[in-house]
Design a protein around this ligand. Structure first.
Ligand code: PLP
Length: 432
């Protein structure tokens, strides 16, 4: 039967009657690519299944967490066990200490870890802490980096040299956004100017050390070192937002790959194994300012939730104990990217293929992409055509040119071959 999304279309219409735009996070609505988002009924391994009975090879992986694939039997069984002991206590557990201990072992820059429920909370709390520690108010973020939807970071306006922030959303008070300075990713000069002008007021620089929210954009060689050096020079803290790239580009995250020690790190996604977990942590002297050890308040009814901790622990244990886990998943990612590139080139497209460990992305752009401005020059129409052609053939990519793709350990050789074969038809459509 021809591909159709009839039930999803009805479900979407009904959802819109009760939920703004029919979704609980905007990109899920397919606004960028048009059409109906498949409503998902279940997922297993590398696949997701929608309510119309279509199945898809999934390269979204819940936007990053599902590095083991969906419904990994060990993770599921541990969650099933845990749920029989109660779903939330609001009191300390051994699980929290164990997950914190594992994280501090993997990322030695994190001497103390505080668990929260979302990446947004992690970056929000890390900023408050950085401001308290330095007794300064301004922060620097990079255009095109996403750190969640709280007021200070929902800002990316302006390009070129340092620009004072303008809110990206109504409702963000200009007084708050005004403390956010945005500079272009990979632009050394812009960062230097921001510090030259505001250096003594800057509490922190927050960066996705591998950027995954403008499509996948890698730091230029030496750039992160420059960011580290200038923050040290001015006494500002360096916050690595590894919510997405942590446990993705390598077990030890981007800080291991690039050998940089940030002052604070934010984590999320993989560390929760598909349940709501995120964390922030870092230098002991800084983290000891967090309540109740110190005066910087931050709390959460469901923080350190036992089911979520269990899913995270089960996931990290598998990552830690499976021989060559990353080498294998990275090799599969590399093979897929090479296959897709070959298909694109066969149609004369000189697109940009980026990979960082188990993350990858294609810019429909024949020029190098190194920041948000260069990413924006991509051919969005070509991406949208490709996206829908892949979806109809059972390949689920993120519904936006400006999102990364994620590989999992459950993706098989057959999945990779099927994806490459689908891409041949999809690139042919783009070429029409
Ligand atoms: N930081 C980064 C780098 C992210 O990619 C995201 C979400 O995609 C966040 C923070 C926000 O995390 P959450 O959606 O869990 O609030």
């Amino acid at each position: 039967m021809a591909f159709n999304l009839k039930k999803s279309a009805t479900a979407f219409a009904e959802a819109k009657r009760h939920i703004p735009g029919g979704v609980n996070s905007p990109v899920r609505s397919f606004r960028g690519v048009g059409g109906t988002p498949p409503f998902i009924a279940k997922a297993a391994g590398s696949r997701i299944y929608d309510i119309d009975g279509n199945s898809y090879i999934d390269y979204v992986g819940s936007w990053g967490p599902m590095i083991l694939g969906h419904a990994h039997p060990e993770v599921v069984s541990e969650i099933q066990d845990a749920v029989t002991r109660g779903t939330s206590y609001g009191a300390p557990t051994l699980l929290e200490t164990e997950l914190a201990r594992m994280i501090t072992e993997v990322m030695p820059s994190m001497k103390l870890v505080r668990f929260v429920n979302s990446g947004t909370e992690a970056t929000m709390s890390a900023l408050r802490l950085a401001r308290a520690y330095t007794n300064r108010n301004k922060i620097v973020k990079f255009v095109g980096c996403y750190h969640g939807h709280h007021d200070s970071l929902l800002v990316k306006a302006g390009s070129g040299a340092a620009t004072f922030g303008v809110p990206d959303s109504p409702g963000v008070p200009p007084a708050i956004a005004g403390n956010t300075i945005t500079v272009n990713y990979n632009d050394e000069q812009a960062l230097a100017e921001a510090f030259a002008q505001n250096g003594q007021e800057i509490a922190a620089v927050i960066i996705e050390p591998v950027a995954g929210n403008m499509g996948l954009v890698l730091p230029k060689e030496g750039y992160l070192e420059k960011v580290r050096a200038i923050t040290e020079e001015y006494g500002a803290l360096l916050i690595f937002d590894e919510v997405m790239c942590g446990f993705r580009v390598a077990y030890g995250g981007a800080q291991e790959v690039y050998n940089i020690t940030p002052d604070l790190t934010c984590l999320g996604k993989v560390i929760g194994g598909g349940l709501p977990v995120a964390a922030y942590g870092g230098r002991r002297d800084i983290m000891e300012m967090v309540a109740p050890a110190g005066p910087v308040y931050q709390a959460g009814t469901l923080s350190g939730n036992p089911l979520a901790m269990t899913a995270g622990l089960a996931t990290l244990r598998i990552l830690a104990h499976t021989p060559d886990f990353y080498e294998k998943v990275i090799a599969v990612t590399t093979a897929l990217c090479a296959g897709l590139k070959e298909q694109a080139e066969a149609y004369g497209f000189n697109y940009q293929f980026h990979q960082a460990g188990t993350m990858f992305g294609i810019f429909f752009n024949d020029k190098p992409v190194y920041d948000y401005d260069s990413a924006k020059l991509s051919d969005i129409g070509a991406f949208n055509t490709f996206f829908h052609a892949m979806l109809e053939q059972g390949v689920y990519l993120a519904p936006s040119q400006f999102e990364a793709a994620f590989m999992s350990a459950a993706h098989t050789q057959a999945d990779i071959e099927a994806t490459i074969a689908a891409s041949r038809k999809a690139f042919a459509k783009v070429a029409e």
